[in-house]
Design a protein around this ligand. Structure first.
Ligand SMILES: [Zn+2]
Ligand SMILES: [Zn+2]
Length: 344
């Protein structure tokens, strides 16, 4: 089969012909119908400092956001059969450690597996996925939209960390997960949603997703705009997807006393807060992060939201290319609205 493989430490990745994997007793063999490029895949291809320090087992097939059809199941698989359509929960919990046994399987502390990082991923014609990480989806879902489920569930988990209903929410960064966060915040009943980016077309998309106030970080002062629009109070919740220190510090000033800041984006340098005692401690801010999606609460909630028909997923399908054209995908990534979808 065709696969996009990281072969050596350092920048780059290679398209290779390799054998179709053989599923183990608890695995599903899945034919990948569509897969999406995530910032973390770009980090692997470019070999960012964070990736370089994370001991990836090479060679490795990258990719973790996908939609596919189960074509074979291992002997011990109970809940899936050939012909089912699934997406992958990227995290693979051990099921037995303290985290797993106390409601935190998604952040398993016993060498948690990660699709496309510790086991082969979805940038290939087939992927082998442990049953525990497979999420059944509706057959009728367009493949490109099925490949959006993993980041969409990430946005949902981020919002679950804060009070959103009846609240004001500021979303930093309007990449795919930022835009999804805006739309989900609307579904959750946020009263006033602010969205920040430096690209005007992304801000226009944020407005379509439900943001009442969009802020171009290059032209406007984030803190001024937010304080003006909130009678000087600031927002109750900030969802951060930029990884940008300057933006994060501004957001702290745009956050209300006792507000919550949820970190979603990758930050590959030490983060410094200005006036930490005055801005964060004395104001009793809650700083928290997310990694992945709750197993399986986030997925169950997401299914109910999908069933409600309230989301327009087509707007997150930004570009559609073949896996062979992945280099074009890398170029398109920074400016594309939503995800770059690749078909193996
Ligand atoms: Zn991702
Ligand atoms: Zn565990």
């Amino acid at each position: 089969m065709k696969a996009l493989v990281k072969t050596t430490p350092g920048p780059g990745a290679v398209l290779q012909q390799i054998p179709v994997p053989v599923p183990g007793p608890t695995d599903l063999l899945v034919k990948v119908k569509a897969t999406a490029l995530c910032k973390s895949d770009l980090d692997v291809i470019e070999w960012s400092p964070l990736v370089a320090s994370s001991n990836l087992p090479l060679p490795l097939i990258m990719g973790h956001e996908f939609f596919g059809e189960v074509c074979e199941v291992g002997k011990m698989v109970k809940n899936f059969k050939a012909g089912d359509y699934i997406t992958g929960e990227t995290h693979i919990p051990c099921g037995y450690c303290h985290s797993c046994r106390t409601g935190n399987r998604h952040i398993c502390s016993n060498n948690m597996g990660v699709v496309g990082r510790s086991i082969d991923g979805s940038f290939a014609e087939y992927i082998c996925l442990p049953e525990v990480s497979a999420i059944k989806l509706d057959k009728s879902m367009p493949p490109a939209e099925g490949a959006l489920m993993e980041p969409l569930a990430t946005a949902l988990h981020a919002l679950s960390k804060a009070q959103v209903a009846g609240e004001t929410v500021l979303v930093l960064g309007c990449g795919a997960i930022g835009l999804m966060t805006v739309e989900l915040a609307k579904v959750f009943g946020a009263t006033n949603i602010f969205a920040l980016d430096i690209f005007q077309h992304k801000l226009e998309a944020a407005r379509k997703c439900g943001a009442e106030v969009v802020i171009n970080g290059r032209e406007e002062d984030l803190v001024e705009v937010v304080l003006d629009a909130t009678k000087g109070l600031g927002v109750g919740t900030v969802i951060e997807t930029t990884g940008n220190q300057e933006v994060i510090n501004k957001a702290v000033n745009a956050l209300r006393v006792a507000g919550t800041l949820v970190f979603v984006g990758m930050i590959d340098h030490p983060l410094t807060f200005e006036e930490f005692m005055h801005k964060v401690v004395y104001r009793e801010l809650t700083l928290t992060g997310i990694f992945g999606r709750k197993l399986y609460e986030t997925w169950e909630t997401l299914q109910m939201i999908l069933d409600s028909g309230k989301l327009d997923l087509s707007r997150y399908v930004g570009a559609e290319i073949k896996l062979d054209e992945f280099e074009k995908g890398l170029e398109l990534f920074p400016t594309t609205l939503g995800r770059v979808i690749m078909y193996p």
